[in-house]
Ligand binder design. Structure first.
Ligand code: SD4
Length: 336
């Protein structure tokens, strides 16, 4: 899909979104896929191709992540924004219904970190591989080492950023006003990506759940910084008995509370997915309210029944849902 088409899809999604009311509790018929942000609409389409044919949730979430990693000028994958040294480093993780999981962090020059994460899960006794070791493992398993180039947009953004070299992780707060709409879309009018993470949760026809996350991480981070998106229990958690959750936003805050594990544990206690996400957001906000006002974190969850929901610190967090009967964007409630 070229960038124009991708942007058009995003804006179609945005049009659908503005007519949506805020979600409280939605029970969807299985199979179900939910993905972070409105960019999740295109991702869900890739996931759905596998789910509707009775395929496994694990294969489906991997396919969804691959589809967005393929976007050259996207916020996720090698087209994403680099770290402060101008290097794109990717984090990803995947988890299935048996609590098998794999992850990569700080991976350079490999197009599909989600698939490397799956290989870590399937071919090694480990869960996470990082940096050069992760790259070496990827190459040994047939992944191609791509040229070290920034996408056009990332290069421009990096040059702009170098003017101030200031690291301010204010995800989707300040720019949403510029856009002028009630919700922050995946891309702004000028094409700037608003976030850089795709989290995908799916339940297949058999009722099994899996999840995957892929990201280029926080833009202009310190080289070597790892966020929540490769941390099982922070950026992703799946418990096939209970439900699954993923996150987007400032990863440090999510890691601090083991965010998605917490969300799943709240669902185990009987909270709806939306309320479980709200409780996790409260945990972050109550720790440091002044800081919480300056950042964004959103959680997204689905329980075993296919009920789903999300919650965020700030206005602007949305997710995309696809079932046999539903294909739309849902805005989450927010705390501040
Ligand atoms: C990170 N959680 O690296 C990611 C960033 C993100 O939308 O979600 N951006 O901390």
């Amino acid at each position: 899909m070229n960038r124009k088409k991708f942007l058009r899809l995003s804006s179609l999604g945005f049009a659908a979104l503005t007519s949506k009311k805020i979600n409280t509790l939605v029970l969807a018929q299985k199979p179900v896929v939910i993905s972070t942000w409105d960019a999740g609409m295109a991702v869900n389409a890739a996931v759905w191709k596998i789910l509707e044919q009775g395929g496994k949730a694990l294969d489906a979430v991997e396919a969804g992540a691959i589809s967005i990693e393929n976007e050259i000028n996207c916020c996720v994958g090698l087209g994403g924004y680099p770290d402060r040294d101008g290097i794109v480093t990717l984090d990803a993780c995947i988890m299935d219904e048996h609590a098998n999981c794999g992850a990569v962090a700080g991976l350079e020059r490999i197009k599909h970190p989600i698939s490397v994460a799956r290989k870590v899960m399937e071919l090694t006794p480990h869960v996470i591989l990082v940096g050069n070791g992760a790259q070496q493992f990827a190459v040994e398993n047939g992944f191609i080492k791509e040229p070290e180039v920034l996408s056009e947009e990332a290069e421009k953004a990096y040059k702009d950023w170098l003017q101030s070299s200031e690291y301010r992780p204010e995800i989707n707060i300040e720019k949403k006003q510029k856009f002028g709409g009630p919700f922050a879309p995946a891309f702004f009018k000028d094409g700037t990506p608003n976030h850089d993470t795709m989290g995908i949760l799916a339940i297949d026809k058999k009722g099994n759940m899996s999840g995957g996350v892929t990201t280029s991480g926080m833009a202009f981070k310190i080289h070597g910084r790892v966020g929540d998106s490769s941390a099982i229990g922070a950026g992703l958690f799946v418990d096939n008995e209970v439900g699954c959750a993923t996150s987007s936003g400032v990863g440090e805050e999510v890691i601090r509370i083991c965010g998605t594990h917490l969300v799943v544990e709240f669902m185990r206690q009987g909270y709806t997915p939306e309320n479980a996400c709200r409780k996790a957001v409260e945990r972050i906000v109550n720790r440091d309210k002044a800081k919480a006002k300056t950042i964004q974190v959103g959680f997204l969850a689905m329980n075993k029944k296919g009920e789903h929901g999300g919650y965020a610190i700030q206005k602007g967090f949305v997710y995309s849902i696809k079932t046999a009967k539903q294909n739309e964007i849902i805005a989450t409630k927010y705390l501040l």
